[in-house]
Design a protein around this ligand. Structure first.
Ligand SMILES: [Zn+2]
Length: 143
């Protein structure tokens, strides 16, 4: 049997990929709060959850649904970003997350584009400053 170099390389890659999940498991953190603090913390967590509540992505379809999903999964990210659609003046929105607390985000291509772009950059490891600059460059002045 003749081994081709490319076959060897792909075999070696497969072995490395198969070994990866073993490392991922070691980083899991199982720290829990003492019993005396859990009820207090639950109350705080609920208050934060209410503040961050966005509409259910299942109400929507296509890119709008994806954008509402981004908002639901990444409220901390969107809360740090400005929306350039003009909703800060027309709707009193403070940040991009506000666009997804109501139906505003469903009818605005800028809001949708910003959320999807932010998520893409965030997954690429971009800093919040980089994401802000990218949204400003692409969406500022469109409305
Ligand atoms: Zn907006």
């Amino acid at each position: 049997m003749i081994w081709k170099p490319t076959l060897l390389i792909s075999l070696a890659t497969a072995v490395v990929i198969a070994a990866l999940p073993a490392f991922a498991g070691e980083t899991a953190n199982s720290a829990t709060a003492p019993a005396c603090c859990t009820s207090h913390r639950a109350g705080e967590a609920q208050a934060v959850a209410n503040l961050r509540r966005t509409l259910d992505p299942k109400q929507f379809t296509g890119q709008v649904r994806q954008a509402y999903q981004v908002a639901q999964d990444n409220p901390d990210l969107l809360a740090q970003l400005h929306c350039y659609c003009g909703c800060d003046r027309t709707n009193g929105h403070k940040n991009l997350l506000d666009c997804y607390r109501d139906h505003h985000g469903a009818s605005c291509a800028i809001c949708t584009g910003e959320a999807l772009e932010a998520k893409k950059l965030f997954e690429q490891g971009a800093s919040i400053e980089t994401i802000r600059a990218a949204l400003r460059a692409r969406f500022a002045g469109q409305n």
